[in-house]
Structure formats: C-alpha cells, structure tokens
Design a protein around this ligand. Structure first.
Ligand code: ADQ
Length: 468
C-alpha cells in the first residue's frame, strides 16, 4: 500500500501539541492515516549543524524532523520565506526585501531537507509538500533521483506574471514548481495566475484542464480549496458557547452586539483599515454607538520582522485614538488583544458574535471565515463580512463582500449587519453553511490525494467553484 509522506516547514510534533493545535494538522487529519510520515523542521534552532534527523511516533504516525542552524533560520525562514516570498505572494511589492545570500540559504535548506527526506523514502511513497517555504524541494528530490509522485500545495495566493516577475530568481522558482506532478492552489484564480506565469515566463503552452508538459514530465495544476470539519466545529461551538469563558464574554457585552475579528497579527490581514472602519461606523452612524462592541483577537506573529513591529505600533495608535474618542465610562467600542486564544474557545466566541469582520487585503483562503459560519446558531445566525480578496470569497458569495481598502464600505457593511433582518441573516447563513459543509477539510484531502495517486485519474473535483 502507498504511504503518504507530508512535508511542511514546521512539523506540529505531538509532544508539543496543546493549546495551539496547528491549522495544518487539523486540515490533514483525514489524510494522515496510521503509517503516514510527517517530515520537516523541528522548530529548534542550534548554533551548529547537527545533521541529525529526530524521529518520534504517535498514533501510528511517524514524525521526522531536523533542526535549523541560526544562520539557516535567518536566511531561509525569516528573510527569504517571510521577508521576500510572503509579501510577493500577497501583492505587497513595497515590502519585498530580496537579498541574494538569503536566497542561497533558502535553496540550501531545501537541499538539506531533500537529502534528509530521501533517506526515509520508500519506492511507493506519495509525497505531499506544503507551502512557500518549500517550493524548490521537489526539484531537489528529483535531482537526487526520487521518482515518486510528488505534489505541492500553496497556502497563500499566487500572483499574476507582472507581479511574480518582480522577484529576482522568479523563473528559477517557477521552474522548480514544474518538478512536481501536482501543484495545488486554493482557488481557480490563483491556479490561472500560475498557469499564466508558466506561459509567460517559461514559454510553455498549458491546457484548459490545467495540465502541461515540462521537460518530459506532465504537471497538473489544480484548484482545491481547503476547508474545515464543519460539523464538529459546529458541535464544539454549541457546547463551548455554554461554558465559562463565553458566559463571561456575554455578560461583559451588557446586551450589545458583538463584532469579532480573529487573525494572526500580519499586514496581509488588513487590520489598520478594519480599525479605521470601526471609527467610521461610529462617526457615520451615531445611532450605532453603544450598540456594538468590537473584539479583535490578533495573535502575535513573526515579531522579529520590522514590518510586523511597525504594524503593531500602528494598531496600538489607531485603537487608542478610536477608544479615546468614542469610549464612555461604561462602554469601550474596541477591545484589542494580541494573545492567542484556543481554537475551542474561539468557536464559542464566534457563536456569540453578531458579525465577523474578515477583511484581509489578500489571503490564500482564510479559515476564520469558514469557522465563523460553522459556529453559528441556525435559528439566529450572525453575519459574515468578508474581503473580496480572501480566497474564501470565491466560494462564500453569500457573505457581505467588501473592498478591504475602503474603510467606509466596511463601516457600511457593519451597519448593515447590525440592522439586518433575521430572515435575511438565516437565508445568507444557509447558503454559506452549505458551502462550508461541502468543501470540507476531508474533501480537500481527498481531492488532492486522488490527483496525487495517479496521473491519469479523473479525480474528484471540488464543487461550488468556477471551472478553470
Ligand atoms: P493563516 O494566515 O494563519 O493561514 P487563517 O486561515 O485565517 O490564516 O487561520 C488559520 C487558523 O489559525 C484558523 O484555524 C484560525 O482559527 C486560527 N487563528 C487565526 N488567528 C488566530 C488567533 N488570533 N488566535 C487563535 N487562533 C487563530 C494560512 C493562509 C490562509 C489559509 C491557511 C490554510 O495565510 O490564507 O487559509 O493558511 O491554508
């Protein structure tokens, strides 16, 4: 029987799992059957190169990890992956910070991953590589003679050729992507952008089915939206909403409507505009003051980077100004916290919230939007306000879709959510829940695995999406 080998930059080791169960571990739960192998970085940094692979087993799954040296961590992870690729793939060319030495380190770490992984591979393994840190991994494995089926899934957006070509070495990276058998994206738009890059930068004709030939290999590009386990998230939300934390939150609202935002503290998530929008709502609709409390939970992330430090200062400033201007002695419009909250607790908070404001400037998918919908009470659901530039917007068209760059539009959507009739809320929610309960995490895995299993398979296609 074929064995699934998952490769991701950070491996969610069972020994470290606790409050923060990794998003990827949740999404892949259905694909990771006993016998599978998960390979990647341990999360540990060392001052010198140990070249050791650590192996541990839990519930029949083998976790194999390597450590990174401080220099590798800086060049590969902080500087090139998060300082160049992340802004590029989120259309933020002004933040792109390219340095040739960092790129060299990025390639060399991918080569190291490939060598360590090759030692663990069996002939029938199928390999599923995740995310932008590991774009060259497939090509490095091929260079070592690995002929197993290898798929790659990108969790961020993909950009059109005019943006992609701004990255020095863009063509090398694109060529590396063509070493995979399957290249997966969240949406047909990203999939098309990739195929356009292949045509424009590499001069290769691609088929309408997302297939093309490159150096005697057939590459299949697919759109396969990631999802959640909607039923279990809904059940969790219902139970947790009856618990202690949810009761404390509800009591603190004093009958006011809760608007919620939950994100990593990242410049792609559009937080400054969202905070400005809260001020605009209160300015443009004085009748809404005291009717609403906004809770923003923004877990700190990538704090070693200047762009993230600047973002934090900016948010502190806008939150301070908004609260200074509109708070009354017994009401604060904006509550803003940067500590992470457990996924279970969040589920209960989502259920209490009258609206979720999910307004990233760009986002690969955005699972918070799906979790919010799954968590709602079907008899009295809240309203999802969603950025047009989140991948989720391609499926979740029954949300109130907004341009996240337009604070007034977000403010109007919040006013509309606050005053929306129960009937309209229920109608919109039913449609949204239909999408979330269909395009689940299980389906995401099944679709990818069916493409990965055989090159000529007519695989199970994702539904409710435009054909590419
Ligand atoms: P992220 O950018 O991390 O993921 P997202 O999909 O919104 O974004 O969140 C992933 C998970 O983290 C969700 O389960 C969410 O509940 C949780 N989370 C987010 N903020 C949190 C907070 N403040 N506290 C606690 N938990 C929080 C990347 C891409 C996304 C893509 C995912 C999956 O950037 O576009 O949807 O991968 O592919």
């Amino acid at each position: 029987m074929t064995r699934l080998v998952v490769v991701s930059n950070r491996v969610p080791l069972p020994s470290e799992r606790g409050a923060k169960a990794g998003g990827l571990a949740v999404a892949l739960a259905d694909a990771l059957r006993p016998g599978s192998l998960w390979f990647g970085w341990s999360g540990r940094r060392t001052s010198h190169d140990t070249r050791r692979t650590h192996v541990q087993r839990s519930d029949g799954i083998t976790y194999a990890t390597i450590d990174l040296t401080d220099a590798e961590y800086d060049g590969f992870y902080v500087n090139f992956s998060n300082g160049a690729l992340w802004p590029l793939l989120h259309f933020r060319l002004g933040l792109l910070d390219f340095n040739a030495d960092d790129y060299k380190e990025y390639c060399s770490v991918n080569r190291r991953y490939a060598a360590a992984l090759k030692a663990l591979l069996q002939p029938d393994d199928v390999i599923w590589v995740h995310d932008y840190h590991l774009i060259p991994l497939g090509a490095e494995l091929r260079a070592l003679g690995v002929e197993n089926r290898i798929g790659f899934f990108l969790h961020t957006p993909f950009v059109p050729p005019a943006v992609f070509q701004a990255l020095p070495r863009a063509t090398e990276l694109l060529t590396a992507l063509c070493a995979y058998d399957i290249v997966g994206f969240h949406t047909p738009t990203y999939c098309k952008a990739f195929l356009d890059c292949v045509t424009e930068c590499l001069g290769i004709r691609t088929g309408t089915d997302g297939r093309f030939s490159f150096r005697s290999r057939t590459v299949q590009a697919i759109a396969d939206p990631i999802g959640i386990d909607a039923k279990s998230f809904a059940a969790k939300a219902e139970a947790v909403a009856r618990g202690k934390d949810a009761a404390a939150l509800r009591e603190s609202l004093n009958g006011r409507a809760l608007a919620i935002g939950v994100d990593r503290l990242d410049y792609s998530k559009g937080l400054p505009n969202r905070f400005i929008a809260i001020g605009r709502l209160l300015a443009n609709h004085p009748e809404d003051r005291r009717q609403i409390s906004f809770l923003q939970i923004a877990a700190r992330s990538r704090e070693e980077q200047h762009a993230y430090q600047r973002l934090r200062r900016e948010l502190d400033r806008i939150a301070g100004e908004t609260n200074g201007r509109y708070s009354e002695f017994d009401w604060t419009p904006l509550r803003y916290m940067t500590n992470a909250v457990k996924r279970d607790t969040l589920a209960g908070f989502f259920r209490i919230a009258r609206m979720a404001v999910v307004t990233p400037l760009r986002d690969g998918m955005n699972l918070v939007a799906k979790e919010y919908v799954a968590a709602q009470d079907p008899e009295d659901p809240g309203v999802l306000i969603l950025s047009r530039f989140a991948g989720a917007a391609e499926e979740m068209t029954a949300a109130l879709l907004v341009n996240p760059f337009d604070a007034d539009e977000i403010a109007e959507a919040m006013h509309r959510a606050l005053t929306m009739s129960l009937q309209e809320r229920v109608e919109r929610w039913k449609t949204l829940y239909g999408v979330v309960a269909t395009n689940t995490a299980e389906r995401f895995c099944n679709v990818f695995m069916s493409y990965l299993a055989r090159s000529d398979t007519v695989a199970q296609r994702p539904v409710l999406l435009r054909a590419i």
